[in-house]
Design a protein around this ligand. Structure first.
Ligand code: FES
Length: 123
């Protein structure tokens, strides 16, 4: 799979706001900075889309290592995308993230094209 590191924003914005939304290679991303296990800052990236009804997650409350979907309240672990609370039951995609100098970078594959609908007016 063709995965590559993409610059998605400035470190200063992430440090100031604790989160950063971005797009890279067709993915809508949410990057979050949290305290790591050693007390240092760690950076994580997930797809900015709830697995329940595809709401964007960037406006959701961050509660510990979880982000809470602002639409119906599903919870996801920001570190790996695991679903941690209903009504969602599926995880969200997570991506490797890092700070590189003054840049925030996320390793993303090329997003596969959306499948055409089988029926309807978009053929
Ligand atoms: S869209 Fe996120 S919980 Fe429903």
């Amino acid at each position: 799979m063709d995965v590559r590191w993409e610059r998605v924003g400035e470190r200063a914005v992430l440090t100031d706001e604790g989160r950063l939304k971005a797009t890279a290679r067709g993915w809508h991303l949410l990057v979050v900075q949290m305290a790591g296990e050693a007390g240092d800052a760690a950076v994580f990236a997930v797809e900015n889309r709830c697995s329940h009804a595809t709401a964007r997650l960037d406006g959701g409350e961050i509660d510990g290592c979880h982000i809470v979907c602002p639409l119906h309240g599903a919870r996801f672990d920001i570190r790996d995308g695991t679903c941690a609370g209903p009504p969602a039951s599926q995880p969200i995609r997570s991506f490797p993230a890092r700070i590189n100098g003054e840049d925030v970078e996320v390793a993303v594959p090329e997003k596969p094209p959306m499948a055409k609908p089988k029926f309807g007016v978009f053929n």
